[in-house]
Write a protein that binds this ligand. Structure first.
Ligand SMILES: *[C@@H]1O[C@H](CO)[C@@H](O)[C@H](O)[C@H]1NC(C)=O
Ligand SMILES: *[C@@H]1O[C@H](CO)[C@@H](O)[C@H](O)[C@H]1NC(C)=O
Ligand SMILES: *[C@@H]1O[C@H](CO)[C@@H](O)[C@H](O)[C@H]1NC(C)=O
Ligand SMILES: *[C@@H]1O[C@H](CO)[C@@H](O)[C@H](O)[C@H]1NC(C)=O
Ligand SMILES: *[C@@H]1O[C@H](CO)[C@@H](O)[C@H](O)[C@H]1NC(C)=O
Ligand SMILES: *[C@@H]1O[C@H](CO)[C@@H](O)[C@H](O)[C@H]1NC(C)=O
Ligand SMILES: *[C@@H]1O[C@H](CO)[C@@H](O)[C@H](O)[C@H]1NC(C)=O
Length: 563
């Protein structure tokens, strides 16, 4: 029946294209009603506002100016993305450290603190940013993290910080659990620090990479040549000399180009290994001071406050069943006794038996970076009988594969393509997500979970947009040929705190872009783990602990097996 409908659909689709060309639309409509196959047609992936731009792969005239066209998006979308990524900050250059936000003088307080509250109430917290002279800041742009916690109850909820652009910020917290709670606010980076990050956003890459070429030398003895490699994008590539530029490795599907210095004795075909190199954040010595340990990721002082929350008979309503196309509210949920109660949808708790039955006859593809490898590793430990195959790859670099024969569970993990900040590994194991996606047939049994963030914080935003545009096209192709495929996008985690390794603020901007660019596509699941990784009582970590991963897996499985 399904096959028949598909065949019929293919026929209709072909005849429609033909008819359109010949101008015989009425014939198509007639055929459509006669075969009632139009129903199949109208139930295809719904894509609301998204229109792929018309292709025009022309080289930019001035390579340092990347246009919407170079990124593969429309001008309207580029305007929309720029607006979404807009961030307030100082008007001019910062020349003295004492003008920057001081975590010591910055304070926060709970507005109109009452003796007791009820579950479901909200409280408002006001943060007042001050410089090192204890003067209230006159502009916004500070990057804070705010959460409401109770360590004894292993409870936490995220608060969104609203910037009033005058040195004051407010955070509204929902009080979702019964018991006591306290507010924690951290200054992640001062407004001045964010200004520096923003200034160097497009002048990336902030990292170098190495390529290893291995092959026979002049006398037939194997030689190894190590050269520098990086992404070819705009003008921010080749800092090596023109004379030995370059070996280019172009991905046909996406047009992405990876280039390496030309080795002296071997041809470009002998490229074997990829490896990350040195970080190279271009900040001046003065700018670096804004990122010192004393000034970043510091807890903010507050008057002593304890929020006492009493039960509320009406409680908080149950969210709906997990399905694609849902948006993430603030808060997205909360931790209580280390269990994440989602407000996005009704997440279930899975024990190992339920995990097995949910995953039986499924093919899982985890793509991206070490944060999706954590999912692979978690399931490997927590699905009985799931065993890793020996693919003769490094256990951290992958690709990895595990199988469970009794229930026919197949699980894959591999990294995304270049650029990737990984230890030395075979270059041929780095596949672009979009290209990899094109080789996945898809279907009811297929679950694709990908992330694309942590390694892109070291590269220009425009490159990121280009890559996400290509991934989006590949996702749409996958869902067109196999509408029943489960596609889950995992957002970037919090916890990139060092300036050199890309920064949490960059992650936030990349998440904004990913969410915006997929917002019109109803049948993918955007799993926003920003809040989940931000409001747990443990210290934020780009690789969250087992408790958080376990909750994220429950979320994934709730989408795969909602009931
Ligand atoms: C390209 O644009 C950059 C930035 O606007 C500018 O500094 C540079 O001079 C331009 N180069 C050419 C060749 O026009
Ligand atoms: C901070 O105080 C010092 C010493 O009183 C003064 O020289 C400096 O101008 C002040 N800086 C700002 C930003 O107000
Ligand atoms: C605190 O209590 C007062 C008086 O009962 C009430 O009017 C006010 O809304 C409460 N404030 C909050 C934040 O709940
Ligand atoms: C109880 O919770 C509901 C739902 O969140 C909320 O609308 C209501 O205001 C709360 N009632 C009281 C008395 O706090
Ligand atoms: C800052 O702006 C907010 C919102 O406009 C306002 O409520 C607050 O009073 C202002 N604070 C100061 C110190 O000007
Ligand atoms: C957490 O809540 C419990 C119960 O309300 C309370 O006894 C405890 O003091 C609270 N702990 C913290 C760290 O707030
Ligand atoms: C490359 O060949 C030249 C001579 O042809 C030799 O001097 C040089 O050492 C070789 N380099 C490597 C890396 O083998």
């Amino acid at each position: 029946m399904l096959l028949q409908s598909t065949l019929r659909f293919n026929y209709i689709w072909k005849s429609m294209t033909l008819d359109y060309r010949l101008g015989r639309v009425s014939l198509f409509l007639l055929a459509c009603f006669l075969t009632s196959a139009c129903l199949v047609f109208w139930r295809l992936p719904t894509v609301r506002r998204f229109h792929p731009p018309s292709p025009k792969p022309a080289r930019p005239k001035n390579a340092s100016i990347i246009s919407a066209q170079d990124m593969g998006i429309t001008q309207e979308e580029w305007d929309r993305l720029r607006k979404a990524c807009d961030w307030p900050g100082p008007d001019g250059e910062i020349t003295r450290l004492d003008q920057s936000t001081s975590p010591v003088h910055t304070t926060f307080s709970v507005e109109g603190l009452n003796d007791t509250y009820k579950v479901g109430d909200t409280i408002r917290v006001t943060i007042t940013a001050r410089d090192h002279n204890n003067t209230v800041k006159s502009y916004g742009g500070d990057f804070f993290r705010a959460k409401l916690l109770n360590l004894t109850l292993k409870a936490g909820v995220y608060g969104e910080v609203v910037d009033h652009s005058n040195g004051t910020y407010t955070v509204d917290f929902l009080l979702p659990w019964e018991g006591q709670a306290q507010v924690d606010v951290f200054l992640i980076i001062s407004s001045e620090g964010v200004h520096v990050l923003n200034k160097y956003f497009e002048s990336k890459p902030h990292i170098r990479y190495h390529g290893y070429f291995e092959g026979p030398g002049a006398d037939g003895v194997k030689i190894v040549e190590k050269v520098e490699c990086n992404v070819k994008w705009g003008s921010a590539h080749a800092h090596w000399s023109k004379a030995n530029c370059c070996c280019e490795y172009k991905d046909v599907q996406t047009g992405s180009v990876w280039q390496c210095e030309r080795p002296r004795n071997l041809s470009c075909d002998y490229w074997v290994y990829h490896e990350h190199g040195e970080h190279q954040f271009p900040a001046t010595p003065f700018e670096r001071q804004l990122f010192s340990r004393k000034l970043t990721n510091v807890g903010i002082a507050a008057e002593k406050h304890i929020i006492t929350v009493l039960p509320n008979a009406s409680g908080i309503g149950e969210p709906e069943r997990c399905r694609p196309g849902l948006t993430t509210p603030v808060p997205a949920g909360f931790y209580f006794q280390d269990v994440w109660k989602s407000f996005v949808c009704n997440t279930r708790r899975f024990n190992s038996q339920q995990r097995t039955s949910c995953l039986s006859n499924k093919i899982l593809h985890f793509l991206g970076d070490s944060t999706t490898r954590q999912y692979f590793e978690f399931l490997e430990r927590n699905v009985p009988g799931l065993k890793r195959m020996n693919l003769y790859t490094h256990h951290k670099n992958g690709p990895l594969m595990a199988v469970e024969l009794k229930n026919n569970i197949i699980m894959h993990w591999r990294t995304h393509g270049f650029p990737l900040r990984f230890p030395k590994m075979p270059a041929s194991d780095l596949h672009y997500i979009s290209t990899e996606m094109d080789y996945i047939t898809g279907g009811r049994e297929t679950v694709v979970v990908f992330t694309f963030s942590a390694h892109m914080t070291l590269h220009p935003l425009t490159l990121y947009i280009h890559r996400v545009a290509k991934i989006r096209e590949a996702v749409l192709r996958l869902l067109k040929r196999s509408p029943e495929t489960t596609v889950i996008i995992k957002s970037g985690n919090t916890g990139l705190t060092a300036m050199e390794y890309g920064n949490e603020w960059y992650t936030r901007q990349l998440n904004t872009v990913m969410r915006e660019m997929f917002s019109d596509i109803d049948n993918v699941i955007y799993m926003d783990v920003w809040q989940m990784t931000s409001c747990h009582y443990t210290h934020v970590n780009i690789h969250p602990g087992n408790v958080i991963i376990s909750n994220e897996i429950d979320m994934i499985l709730s989408f795969v097996c909602p009931s």
